[in-house]
Every structure is written in C-alpha cells, then in structure tokens.
Design a protein around this ligand. Structure first.
Ligand code: IMP
Ligand code: MG
Length: 178
C-alpha cells in the first residue's frame, strides 16, 4: 500500500496539531450548548473520531451517508444521501463534519437536506478544502487545511475504498489513478 504513495501532504503530527486547535475553537464557540455532530460517511470516520475527542462539550453524534464518486477520482455530480433523518434536528445546534470539500456538490446537498429540519444553527467543518475545485458557491465554517488541487487519500479518504487507514493525507503515484 505504501509503495503506491507519491507524496505525504499532511503528516499525522500536522493533522493532530490542527485538530486540537479546531476542537478548542469549537469548544469555545459552542460553550454552554449541546452540539449535534453529523458525520458524513464514509470519509469522516477518522476525522470525526479524533475531533470529537477534542470538543469538551455535551455532544450527540449521528451519521449520514453520502456518495458521489464510486470507483473514480472524478465527481459524478450527483449526490446520493442514503436515508431520511431519524433523529431530532429541530432547534438543535448542528455541525456537519466532512472529510473534504471539493466541488461543493456534496456539502451543498447535505446542508440543504439538514436545513429542511429547522436546526437552531447549522455550520460545517471539513478537514480539507480544495477551493480551486469549487463548482458551487459554498465554504465550510471550519477548515483544517487548504489542500492543493490533487486527489488525496488517507485519514479516512479513499480511492476505490482503499487507503482510508493511512494515518496521514497523501497523493498516490499517477499510475495508480489511471
Ligand atoms: P464534492 O461533492 O465534490 O465536494 O466532494 C466531496 C466528497 O467527495 C468528499 O466527501 C469525498 O468523499 C470525495 N472526495 C473529494 N475529493 C476527494 C479526494 O481528493 N480524495 C478522496 N475523496 C475525495
Ligand atoms: Mg469517497
């Protein structure tokens, strides 16, 4: 698996340092409130597990599943959200946790999907942001790192469901993507 890596963009240390900063920021921002964290599966599972442990608040943690890529590094432009929301969102302070904000298509669809349930507040947090790739006008309220315009894997992010368990964020060798 590691033979397929061209370059590490964000090391395990970089990520852990940044997540503890973000967690402290969120703890301050939502002080005194109960926070509903909604993770976007599957890519969020590592990021959410780590950031949740740096948010020193009463949190409820839920998940939604969204997919648009399949076995490809190019978005299909169509987002599938797997189910209706079966937990209370109305009047809650909601923070959507995403692995990466790329074209913006997924987060736009998810935000609208959650907003229909009338939360008291709705913000978004993405570990990585690739602003150069945006097709829709959306930004995350909290971002871990600005990511160069490359398809990345690791720390929850996959290529064909592999590489999610790498502890860092990396770019694969070009021949792997073809
Ligand atoms: P968007 O809808 O184009 O913003 O893409 C968001 C989703 O696509 C993310 O939640 C990821 O699952 C996936 N994605 C986008 N860019 C990458 C990448 O560089 N590596 C792995 N997955 C990606
Ligand atoms: Mg994916």
């Amino acid at each position: 698996m590691k033979d397929n890596i061209k370059e590490i963009l964000f090391t395990e240390e970089d990520i852990h340092r940044r997540i503890s900063e973000l967690g402290a920021e969120l703890t301050e921002e939502y002080a005194g409130k109960q926070l509903l964290l909604i993770g976007v599966l599957k890519g969020c599972f590592v990021f959410l597990a780590d950031i949740a442990r740096h948010i020193d608040l009463d949190c409820e943690i839920r998940f939604l599943t969204a997919s648009s890529y399949g076995f490809s590094s190019v978005t299909s432009g169509k987002v599938n959200i797997d189910k209706e929301i079966d937990f209370d969102v109305k009047g809650r302070d909601v923070l959507i946790i995403e692995d990466i904000l790329d074209s913006g298509i997924t987060l736009t669809a998810l935000r609208a999907f959650v907003a229909k349930h009338k939360p008291a507040s709705l913000k978004t947090c993405a570990l990585l942001d690739k602003p150069d790739r945006r097709q829709l006008p959306i930004n995350a309220d909290y971002v871990g790192f600005i990511c160069p315009n490359e398809f990345v894997v690791g720390y929850g992010l996959d290529y064909g469901e592999r590489y999610r368990n790498l502890p860092y964020v990396a770019v694969l060798k070009p021949e792997i993507y073809s």
